[in-house]
Ligand binder design. Structure first.
Ligand SMILES: [Zn+2]
Ligand SMILES: [Zn+2]
Length: 381
């Protein structure tokens, strides 16, 4: 894996680049640093490896999301100990899907292809599946148990997973004789390759099942309950162990990854661990100061003191009433942003009262106004 370097930088794309942009950037770079072009230059070769590694992560939306969130995909443990009910952080498996460059080498050295055989015919873990879930800001603050519905491939009930139309049977692949591999001699070495006809399965289906098209599996809707720990945010991904596709040959099932999305709240805006709430006050409340009842996200109503002479835009902070941080690491703050509302559609009488106030006011009452009056008369260079 590429350590220390930003994968987006390596590909020269912005963090919000689309999958298509990433692909195009990769193809361009791969072309530029191709050994055919660079004549086997060592530096270019290193660069190409880096580009390939970066693309391996960013081309896969799931790995990309993990990278965006955690800044790594190389299997470093993440402590997400606050997760309960079968949820753990990402601690493993990010190396999956990277074809080891040594596979072919092993095959060549050991010739017999034992490595591939054991990998293929024995138990295989089921695929991971992913889905998105929208939750409210309040749920992200308190934590919640939520039911998630998602699509998952399951064994076809018609052919019971064989992929062959009921009444028929999968036959032994004629090309590889059922081993799933083709062996060829290259000089001293014997090289094994995955059989192209059966793709390594060793079986050949002459009459594919009508229901699943010979896949042996069909998409089905599943439902599971997940525990959402307090402090999650848009972009947080939770893993539900074992809720992915079933494994084959007795292998363990894959996992379900749930990407969370927060709904907007009519009163509170989240910025990191802090919450912001706009509070309109009247002219006279801002002028004289007062105590009002203010809402919080999960702590009920509180008394909020508006100090005398509060200006529009002033922030009043309530410590510890913001969002909880993951893993019980305390809470952020809640900020009330005061908006002094200028009254509109006042009657003539009301307007006269205010004008009277202005007539009696001086530079002490309106320091900025009077300062500006003074400054604008001066000649500045
Ligand atoms: Zn079927
Ligand atoms: Zn075959």
């Amino acid at each position: 894996m590429v350590r220390g370097k930003d994968l987006y930088e390596i590909l020269g794309v912005p963090r919000n680049a689309s999958q298509d942009e990433i692909r195009r950037a990769y193809l361009k770079l791969a072309h530029k640093y191709h050994p055919d072009k660079t004549g086997g230059n060592k530096e270019a070769e290193e660069k190409l490896k880096e580009i390939n590694a970066a693309y391996d992560v960013l081309k896969n939306p799931e790995k990309r999301a993990q990278y965006d969130r955690f800044g790594t995909v190389d299997g470093q443990p993440f402590d997400m100990g606050g997760f309960t009910g079968g949820f753990r952080g990402f601690t493993e498996g990010f190396g999956e899907g990277f074809e080891s460059p040594f596979d072919d080498l092993f095959d060549m050295i050991f010739g017999s292809g034992t490595r591939r055989t054991s990998r293929r015919s024995s138990a295989q873990r089921g695929n991971d599946v992913e889905t998105t879930l929208t939750i409210t800001l309040k749920e992200s603050a308190t934590g919640a148990k939520k039911r998630v519905r998602y699509l998952c491939k399951e064994q076809c009930t018609e052919c019971h997973g064989t992929g062959a139309e009921p009444g028929s049977k999968p036959e032994v692949c004629p090309q590889c004789g059922g081993t799933g591999q083709i062996r060829a001699s290259h000089g001293f070495f014997s090289v094994t390759r995955t059989c192209p006809q059966c793709r390594g399965g060793g079986k050949y289906i002459s009459r594919p099942c009508m229901r699943c098209g010979g896949q042996g599996r069909i998409s089905a809707t599943r439902e599971t309950e997940i525990n959402i720990p307090p402090g999650v945010d848009t972009g947080t991904t939770l893993r539900s162990v074992g809720d992915g596709e079933a494994g084959t040959n007795g292998g363990p099932p894959g996992d379900l990854y749930v990407h969370l999305q927060l709904k907007e709240h009519p009163l509170f805006e989240r910025k990191g661990d802090d919450l912001y709430c706009e509070v309109p006050v009247t002219l006279s409340q801002a002028i004289s100061g007062t105590v009002i009842k203010a809402p919080t996200l999960i702590d009920g109503m509180i008394d909020l003191t508006i100090p005398e002479g509060t200006q529009s835009g002033d922030l009043l902070r309530k410590k510890g009433l913001g969002m909880p941080r993951l893993n019980n690491r305390g809470r952020g703050d809640l900020y009330y942003k005061i908006v002094v509302e200028i009254p509109v559609r006042l009657s003539k009488h009301q307007q006269d009262l205010l004008r009277e106030l202005d007539d009696l006011a001086n530079a002490k009452n309106y320091p900025q106004y009077w300062k500006f009056r003074e400054l604008k008369e001066k000649n500045f260079d």
